[in-house]
Design a protein around this ligand. Structure first.
Ligand code: HAM
Length: 426
């Protein structure tokens, strides 16, 4: 083997596609029910777009971005997430209007140079939403409820919603100071990375998994106790609306998330079925980002589902949809005249909107029948010299093993009628 895929990337193979398609279909369906419209942004953007929004001191920006200079000497980054690109696109294309709500959704690959492990890849897929234009805590609850509805629709259980508030520009600085003081007094017991974080971003220490830091993290002051009146009321109202919507949640005082743009509500959905990388969805409010990107002051909120992890959970659950090709027709031919008729028929069946296949390897009739079975064709049309002469061909139902003759004059109609109907003559 001359070439293999890059570390942290993988091929998603046809065998797993039914699970992916089922996930994609359900996300789209639910997003559209909630009145979101799809947006597709480029895979790469200017590096600054991410550095400014996700935060220079975040792990994503400081360690994990795929950044390179293009031939025009511009600093380019493969998108590590889609919120910043969607905000840029919404402003650039005037999608955000005063006193209107804009609801956008997306699906696609993201790139982070992380240490690969189960559920953590360098190219991974997200499916998410972003809503612009409302501060209403009922909307926070609607957004959380949408992510939960997707999980429900897919039949997933053993999931829990964790929620917190990270405050705003007016209450967070005081908390950050207190947190910094607290960790400073324990600095000698913190790991090296956290010692650096003391200066750059003490909030990130709360995410550290190092056992020596863990002890201190447990007793660290919690942001929720430092919220200003506005943030506190907002949080209480989000909880009120979650209860109205009957969403079960847990308040997690340590949930600060790894991206700097959040304000007020943050949330994650965690699966009990995954190992260390157990977050299947993450999101929150980011009321300052639109104005920071040069747009009008517009509150916003969103989330992204980690599709690779969802596929893992779905496979564990055994809830994947099996995509039977139950309406496929296989045309088995013997001889040149039959092949010509077969090729024409193949085109017409496909033009009529039905899947069809035939042999291009030169297999014997017996091998063609085996092939039809292997690819799960529902019907096989057998065309040989005799059939051409008599103007009739044999049509075999591979599920029931029944077969009967069809007139070649009417073969297209005959086949379509059978492919359409559930219970057929044979
Ligand atoms: P995030 O928490 O960084 O948030 O990512 C969301 C989800 O993407 C995670 O919960 C996880 O399931 C998945 N994910 C992240 N990194 C990887 C990886 N390396 N391999 C596999 N899956 C991964 C965001 O990206 C925000 N933009 C979400 C958001 C939207 N907030 C507001 N709007």
């Amino acid at each position: 083997m001359k070439y293999t895929s890059q570390r942290g990337t993988r091929d998603i193979l046809p065998v797993d596609m039914p699970v992916w398609h089922n996930l994609e279909k359900n996300c789209r369906k639910l997003f559209e029910l909630y009145n979101y419209f799809e947006i597709r942004t480029p895979i790469f953007e200017s590096t600054e777009l991410f550095a400014r929004s996700i935060g220079e001191s975040s792990d994503i920006v400081s360690k994990e971005m795929y950044t390179f200079k293009d031939k025009g000497d511009r600093s380019i980054t493969l998108r590590p997430e889609a919120t910043a690109p969607v905000v840029r696109a919404a402003i650039q294309n005037n999608l955000i209007e005063k006193d209107k709500i804009t609801k956008l959704y997306y699906m696609g690959p993201m790139f982070r140079y992380e240490r690969p492990q189960a559920g953590r890849y360098r190219q991974f897929y997200q499916s998410g939403v972003e809503v612009f234009g409302s501060k209403d805590p009922a909307l926070d609850a609607e957004v959380i409820s949408l992510s939960v509805q997707i999980m429900d629709k897919l039949g997933l259980s053993d999931l829990s919603v964790k929620i917190n508030s990270v405050g705003c520009k007016s209450c967070r600085p005081k908390y950050m100071e207190t947190l910094k003081e607290y960790f400073k007094s324990n600095a000698k017991n913190l790991c090296e990375t956290c010692n650096n974080r003391l200066e750059t971003n003490p909030l990130r220490i709360l995410d550290c998994k190092d056992p020596s830091c863990q002890k201190h993290i447990e007793n660290a002051p919690a942001i929720i106790d430092f919220l200003c009146e506005e943030c506190k009321t907002h949080f209480e109202k989000v909880i009120y609306w979650l209860n109205v919507l009957n969403i079960k949640y847990e308040i997690n005082k340590r949930l600060v998330r790894g991206l700097d743009y959040y304000t007020k509500t943050t949330f994650e959905i965690v699966s009990g079925k995954l190992g260390a990388q157990n977050a299947v969805c993450g999101g929150g409010r980011y009321d300052n980002l639109v104005v920071e990107f040069g747009g009008n002051d517009t509150p916003a909120i969103g989330f992204a589902i980690g599709m690779d992890r969802m596929v893992e959970v779905l496979k564990e659950h055994g809830t994947q949809s099996t995509e039977h090709r139950f309406r496929l027709l296989y045309i088995a031919t013997l001889g040149d005249a039959a092949k010509k008729l077969g090729v024409e028929l193949l085109l017409n069946i496909r033009k009529s909107g039905y899947a069809a296949e035939m042999d291009y390897i030169g297999k014997s009739l017996k091998s063609q029948m085996k092939e039809a079975d292997r690819i799960k064709a529902k019907y096989v049309l057998i065309l040989g010299e005799d059939e051409i002469k008599s103007g009739k061909a044999m049509l075999r139902n591979m599920e029931t093993a029944e077969q009967g003759e069809v007139l070649l004059d009417k073969v297209l109609e005959e086949i379509i009628v059978r492919l359409q109907s559930k219970g057929s003559k044979f």
